[in-house]
Write a protein that binds this ligand. Structure first.
Ligand code: ADP
Ligand code: MG
Length: 395
């Protein structure tokens, strides 16, 4: 087990917090969706109440070195408004300017370091870089579930240098998903969709051991159909995954449920028509599950006690291919089942419906569903045994 924020003596300490503020922004820099920023507020507010100096760090986008368009100034401004307290923005991640700014902060103050990925050392999990970050503070908190599947310096190597613990958001994600996977109420139904089977093979394999059925949708269904020898037209098929798709179907012993009908069109801009999955013409693509499939899936979901969903049922960004996804979202949200949504696009698709838990982690929740140990979590667990620490800076 790892420690959580409440297990450490935090009063009056300088605390370095890894958050995930990798948020979508509009052309003028305004934040288009601040869900991820809001998710970190309980931890930030708790630390401020403990009279800590709060030093936040995040990445934004995929910069190659310093990139003026990926600076964090507008995020700092947005956070200032949410906290109703000025957030000091540092224009670098490490170095003397940062040290001076951190030094000028008072108890309860908050600062935001510059984009971590301006330094390639971040993604290289570089020890020296982690050490320099650690020198800014006395305690490290990871409150970024969505990056905890990456062995990056601010997630992994940093725990070699500071007493470390999970923040509230990370703790909630792990506890909720862990409980669900280890002790689910049955019937436990998983729904898997989205673009690629290849992204989700390990998740399907792992879940097959736990669930009563996996309902398949999205583009990935056509890889299964192709594997079964059906005509799939111009649908998205991963031809190099046909052997694995056949293996999965065999391993599933009937637990993998494939659609009966689908919505097809010549292009995603056209109106869709419904057809049986065995009747696809060569020049059409499948873009959603059909109404008969929706009805069957809804029947199964109505009896479920636990539902885990990753991957939209169709190209939901186009209204004419969103019906399958919306219909299932409505059924689940009205049911009494414990429901967990994982995956960035799935979370976007089902916004507005009520679920037990919508994970903030895309790739991280997939790795977790696949039964993998996340490097960020492992690092926190190992940190409990302080002997491993090479050095704790004294302040
Ligand atoms: P998540 O981010 O939730 O893990 P994915 O990234 O795997 O989900 O898949 C989401 C994408 O899958 C969406 O952009 C959606 O348009 C696409 N998609 C779903 N069904 C189809 C389909 N039949 N054909 C093409 N794209 C599809
Ligand atoms: Mg996605």
């Amino acid at each position: 087990m790892f420690r959580t924020i409440k297990d450490l003596h935090l009063k009056h300490k300088k605390v370095l917090v890894r958050v995930d503020f990798n948020v979508p922004q509009k052309a003028n820099g305004a934040i288009a969706d601040d869900t991820r920023i809001k998710a970190a507020l309980p931890t930030i507010n708790y630390l401020r109440k403990q009279k800590c100096i709060v030093i936040l760090m995040t990445h934004l986008g995929r910069p190659n070195g310093v990139d003026e368009t990926l600076r964090l100034d507008s995020i700092a401004k947005h956070l200032s408004k949410l906290l109703n307290h000025h957030v000091t923005k540092c224009d670098d991640v490490i170095g003397s300017e940062v040290e001076e700014k951190v030094h000028s902060l008072k108890e309860g103050d908050v600062c935001l370091l510059e984009n971590l990925r301006f330094y390639p050392e971040e993604e290289q999990n570089d020890d020296k870089f982690a050490h320099a970050l650690a020198d800014l503070a006395q305690i490290y908190i990871n409150d970024a579930f969505s990056v905890s599947h990456r062995s990056h310096a601010s997630v992994d190597a940093i725990t070699h240098y500071l007493p470390s613990a999970a923040g509230f958001q990370l703790q909630k994600e792990i506890e909720t998903i862990d409980k669900l996977l280890h002790n689910p109420k049955h019937p436990f139904i998983a729904i898997m969709g989205g673009v690629k089977v290849s992204d989700k093979i390990e998740v399907i394999r792992h879940l097959l051991k736990k669930v009563d059925a996996i309902l398949i949708g999205g583009a990935m269904m056509y890889t299964f159909f192709k594997a079964l020898g059906l005509e799939t037209g111009t649908s998205k098929v991963e031809v190099d995954k046909l052997v694995i798709a056949r293996q999965l179907l065999k391993q599933a012993h009937g637990k993998l449920i494939l659609p009966l009908d689908c919505v097809i069109a010549k292009t995603p801009d056209d109106k869709g028509t419904v057809t049986h999955v065995t009747h696809l013409a060569k020049d059409v693509m499948g873009l959603d599950i059909g109404p008969d499939t929706v009805a069957i899936y809804q029947e199964i979901l109505k009896n479920a006690k636990t539902v885990l969903w990753n991957g939209p049922m169709g190209m939901f960004e186009k209204k004419q291919f969103a019906k399958g996804t919306m219909a299932l979202a409505e059924t689940i949200s009205k049911s009494k089942a414990v429901s967990i949504i994982g995956g960035g696009d799935t979370a976007d698709a089902v916004k507005g419906f009520k679920f037990t838990h919508v994970s903030t982690g895309g790739g991280a929740s997939l790795d977790f569903f696949a039964g993998k140990t996340l490097p960020g979590i492992k690092a926190l667990e190992e940190n409990v045994h302080c002997v491993k620490h090479r050095r704790f800076p004294s302040h």
